[in-house]
Design a protein around this ligand. Structure first.
Ligand SMILES: NC(=O)C1=CN([C@@H]2O[C@H](COP(=O)(O)OP(=O)(O)OC[C@H]3O[C@@H](n4cnc5c(N)ncnc54)[C@H](O)[C@@H]3O)[C@@H](O)[C@H]2O)C=CC1
Ligand SMILES: O=C(O)C(=O)CO
Length: 320
């Protein structure tokens, strides 16, 4: 059992957390506090100050700004209950000596399966076929689909999720091309230049974090470099893609379809133009949320907190 020397407080940016994760914290002497939605920078700062929390469990993309961190002098770790820390001011955390940890790779298999599900559904035009049958249509042998096997899948962001997605796609017979410095990544071909990679792929799947370098990484120029009829899968973060450019590429027919789990604004506003396009599959930022992944993520997040507060080093890749 993990223990820290003194009792500590953990604030969770949600109303629930897996009981198994709570048990890990409580057995180490931690007291858990929850927060109700909506969570803003202001009420998060207030609650951190009020609870004197040493650890913050970040569920979802709640704003952990410099002001929030300044309001929490006792805080020693922000533990993301997941992978993406784009809502955390990393520079301010460094300045204040607050560690930022992720549940590295714990939801990767789930996100990879979701990305692959989006790819297959789009390649086989499942949304359109489903609608056709419901409307009384029956294309039958007049329909011609296309194989996923033999497609080239481009992977941008070859970390835990990118690697898992590449493996699943390859297992189904796709060629994989990874955006990475020359050489090979686990046997997959690599291309170091995004502009060279884009015209070589049928499906582009995004798995990089949202950073100042990746914001708008896929804009109008990049979309134009994709082959006509290509597919875009974004389970990373909405702003990695220029949403207006994406819409234009879909409406012009240059892009054959898109599978999107993440958006500029979440929840996706009602009546959003993307929701009017039949060649677009939309899911509500749930790629990483399976029962199994949620449990792995929560218990790893709890272990990261307990270990860090006890002065034990976290495994490589967990502490950013
Ligand atoms: N839709 C969902 O439910 C989920 C989405 N995510 C998103 O997926 C992202 C990736 O997660 P993991 O694979 O676990 O993270 P990771 O840290 O294991 O991998 C990220 C990879 O992206 C690479 N990268 C960083 N900047 C890049 C750039 N400019 N160009 C190309 N590659 C770049 C890194 O070198 C690293 O290999 C998260 O940051 C998060 O935004 C993560 C989990 C769930
Ligand atoms: O882990 C993450 O970053 C998420 O997007 C949560 O599902």
């Amino acid at each position: 059992m993990t223990t820290t020397s003194t009792p500590f407080n953990v604030l969770v940016t949600a109303e629930h957390w897996a009981p198994e994760a709570q048990a890990v914290v409580q057995q180490a002497g931690g007291q858990i506090h929850f927060m109700a939605e909506p969570i803003t920078a202001q009420n998060l700062a207030e609650r951190l100050a009020q609870t004197g929390a040493q650890a913050l469990v970040l569920r979802g993309s709640k704003p952990v700004s410099a002001a929030v961190l300044r309001a929490a002098p006792a805080l020693r770790i922000v533990a993301k209950n997941g992978a993406g820390v784009d809502s955390v001011d990393m520079e301010a955390a460094r300045t204040q000596g607050v560690a930022v940890a992720v549940a590295q790779a714990a939801n990767a298999p789930a996100v990879a399966e979701h990305a692959l599900a989006l790819m297959l559904a789009l390649v086989r035009q499942l949304p359109q076929l489903d609608q056709q049958v419901r409307a009384g249509g029956w294309a039958g042998s007049n329909w011609q689909g296309r194989d996923f096997r033999g497609s080239t899948v481009g992977i941008v962001g070859y970390g835990a999720i990118g690697r898992a997605t590449a493996q699943l796609a390859a297992a189904l017979g796709a060629k994989v091309l990874v955006l990475r410095p020359a050489g090979q990544a686990d046997g997959f071909d690599c291309e170091p230049d995004l502009r060279q990679l884009l015209p070589r792929v049928d499906i582009l799947s995004l798995h990089c974090p949202l950073t100042e370098q990746t914001r708008g990484l896929i804009g109008a120029n990049e979309l134009a470099l994709l082959r006509p009829g290509s597919l875009l899968i974004n389970t990373a973060r909405g702003p990695v893609v220029d949403e207006a450019a994406l819409l234009a590429a879909l409406e012009s027919g240059h892009l054959g379809g898109a599978g999107l789990d993440t958006f500029d604004i979440e929840p996706l506003p009602q009546g959003h133009p993307l929701a009017r396009l039949p060649q677009v599959l939309l899911t509500p930022h749930v790629a990483g949320v399976t029962r199994q992944a949620a449990l792995r993520v929560a218990t790893l997040t709890a272990t990261n907190i307990v270990d860090h507060l006890a002065g034990r080093p976290l495994p490589a890749g967990h502490l950013l």
